[in-house]
Write a protein that binds this ligand. Structure first.
Ligand code: HEM
Length: 208
């Protein structure tokens, strides 16, 4: 059958196939560093195995478009933080004693201020602030989700930084080094919601 096709048709098929491959590869590695298929990688609620282990956990791969839609911190991100991070005073609530990792992220339920924690307070706590577990990385680096520790904690691939976390490891605070996937002991946040936080960071982590 191939013999009957003209050289032009064969050339066209070859070019089309190459474009399809390049497009697919570009899509996968566009927004987070996993390099795997879309929405794969990370511990997915299980144990995150560091790079030195026999079965290392791959970095999470997101293929989300990070430029659109525009994400509002107050309307699109804070509801997730209030609901999933500020669930109890053993977590990231302002009146937790102390807030875990001194990191206030949100508040819902008893003793919480109306409307949860003000967005500006959370922004001050996370943007441009070094992570305690991995001080070489900011909790949120404006414009750079791949180098924002908070994204790795919710994607569940934080242990890829085990060596750096080990350097400052405080077992009272987090075991193993780099701790566990967030939210702690309460299921993995769905990929779309995580991509919304990723998009907010990529768009400059603004108080909008
Ligand atoms: C989506 C919601 C949440 C986010 C974004 C989040 C984020 C984080 C981050 C970025 C750290 C590391 C802080 C640092 O190194 O400076 C951390 C640590 C920690 N968080 Fe959360 N957290 C969330 C929910 C929770 C909840 C619900 C709890 C309590 C049940 C909790 C308990 C802890 C604990 C105990 C640590 C230190 C130990 C560890 O890392 O495993 N977090 N969290």
């Amino acid at each position: 059958m191939l013999r009957s096709l003209s050289v032009t048709t064969l050339a066209f098929l070859f070019v089309a196939a190459s474009f399809a491959t390049i497009g697919a590869m570009a899509g996968c590695s566009s927004s987070s560093s996993g390099g795997g298929a879309c929405d794969t990688g990370g511990a997915d609620g299980g144990t995150c195995n560091p790079p030195t282990s026999s079965n290392p956990t791959p970095a999470y791969t997101s293929c989300a478009n990070l430029t659109s839609p525009t994400v509002s911190f107050t309307k699109d991100v804070m509801p997730t933080f209030n609901l999933s991070c500020g669930v109890s005073n053993a977590c990231h609530q302002p009146h937790a004693t102390p807030a875990v990792a001194s990191l206030v992220l949100g508040c819902n339920g008893m003793g919480c201020p109306d409307g949860g924690v003000p967005a500006a307070t959370v922004i001050q706590n996370i943007v441009g602030k070094s992570a305690l577990e991995n001080p070489g990385m900011d909790i949120v680096k404006a414009g750079d989700p791949a180098n924002s520790y908070l994204m790795h904690k919710i994607d569940g691939d934080q242990c890829q930084y085990a060596a750096a976390c080990q350097a400052t490891h405080n077992p009272i605070f987090s075991e193993p080094p780099c701790g566990t996937q967030m939210p702690y002991n309460s299921g993995v946040i769905d990929p779309d919601t995580r991509d919304n936080i990723r998009r907010w960071i990529a768009q400059g982590a603004q108080n909008n």
